[in-house]
Design a binder for this molecule. Structure first.
Ligand SMILES: [Zn+2]
Length: 211
């Protein structure tokens, strides 16, 4: 559990990064922290890269449809145009912003703003993603959240992209990506030949829950 730093008189701000693979609950954790800041009557603004339009143009939406309103931007520098009176800045899908984002976040922190970012630490090839390595270096607080490996049930750190024909329209993240542990990620598409889990019969009126 992340405990928010509690320095009312502190003049300088700070940077928090929430990172992990897909389906690890990054956005839920971001939303949880931003909601708590609002409960504390702090002025909060939330930004996301324009590229992330999966579900909603103006909201950040987690996989469990928890949502909060946000401002879509094409360049990290544009964040600086929206920060009058702001005490807390939330940034979702930080990995899709340009490499200027760490500098922007450091400027915000120096102005006394608490900056909370959520993003994928690695891409589907297992490589550091966009501005995330730099952000992890300059952040005061880092939280790495884990998904559950869809094949073995261990903690998952990798986002595995299933083979998709280029002509196929992407159906959505659940159809395109899987959360996998290091070992199952390395095994690649060998695992795709095995059934992930057996479907349990649905009892009438009661939907089976996944977690
Ligand atoms: Zn596994």
């Amino acid at each position: 559990m992340f405990l928010e730093p509690h320095f009312k008189s502190q003049r300088s701000g700070w940077i928090e990064v929430i990172c992990g693979s897909m389906f690890s609950g990054k956005t839920e954790e971001l939303i949880r922290r931003l909601r708590r800041a609002r409960i504390a009557n702090q002025e909060v603004k939330i930004f996301k890269p324009q590229v992330d339009v999966r579900y909603s143009e103006e909201n950040i939406v987690s996989h469990n449809a928890n949502q909060i309103e946000s401002i879509p931007l094409t360049h990290a520098k544009q964040i600086l145009d929206h920060i009058d009176e702001v005490e807390v800045v939330g940034i979702d899908e930080a990995q899709f912003f340009d490499l200027e984002l760490p500098n922007v976040c450091e400027k915000l922190a120096l102005k006394g703003i608490r900056v909370i970012l959520a993003g994928l630490d690695m891409d589907y090839k297992g490589q550091p993603f966009g501005p995330m390595p730099h952000l992890l270096s300059v952040a005061e607080y880092i939280t790495k959240v884990h998904a559950i490996c869809q094949h073995c049930g261990n903690l998952a750190t990798h986002s595995y992209r299933k083979t998709v024909e280029s002509s196929k329209v992407l159906l959505g993240e659940k159809e395109t990506y899987e959360a996998r542990c290091r070992t199952c990620y390395q095994m690649g598409n060998i695992l795709e030949l095995r059934p992930v889990k057996k479907e349990k019969p649905t009892t009438k009126g009661k939907e089976p829950t996944l977690f």
